[in-house]
Design a protein around this ligand. Structure first.
Ligand SMILES: [Cu+2]
Length: 101
């Protein structure tokens, strides 16, 4: 029996395009301002041991409470400026700027 050796292209494991990441760390969103193109999905990941959320109901952002290592993703279809906070710690503020590309 022959095992395939070489030949095929190596599977790509690069990060997919249009995935934009915001870390929640030290009671702050990092980066605090992120710019993406319309259609992009932004994923927030809580790296703190403290619970946080992503909260801006008027623009459709409302995550569940995120424990450490929990993530929340939202796809931004329309260009605009989306400001959000952590509702648990309202001094935590972030902005997603969505461009038309
Ligand atoms: Cu918080």
């Amino acid at each position: 029996m022959a095992m395939p050796a070489g030949g095929g292209p190596a599977p790509a494991s690069e990060a997919p395009a249009h995935t934009d990441l915001v870390q929640i760390t030290n009671f702050a969103f990092a980066p605090a301002v992120i710019t993406v193109v319309a259609g992009a999905t932004v994923t927030w990941t809580n790296e703190d041991t403290t619970q946080h959320d992503v909260f801006a109901p008027p623009v459709g952002l409302k995550s569940p409470v995120l424990n450490q290592n929990d993530s929340y993703a939202h796809t931004f279809s329309s260009p605009g400026t989306y400001r959000y906070i952590c509702s648990i710690h309202p001094f935590m503020q972030g902005t997603v700027v969505v461009t038309s590309g």
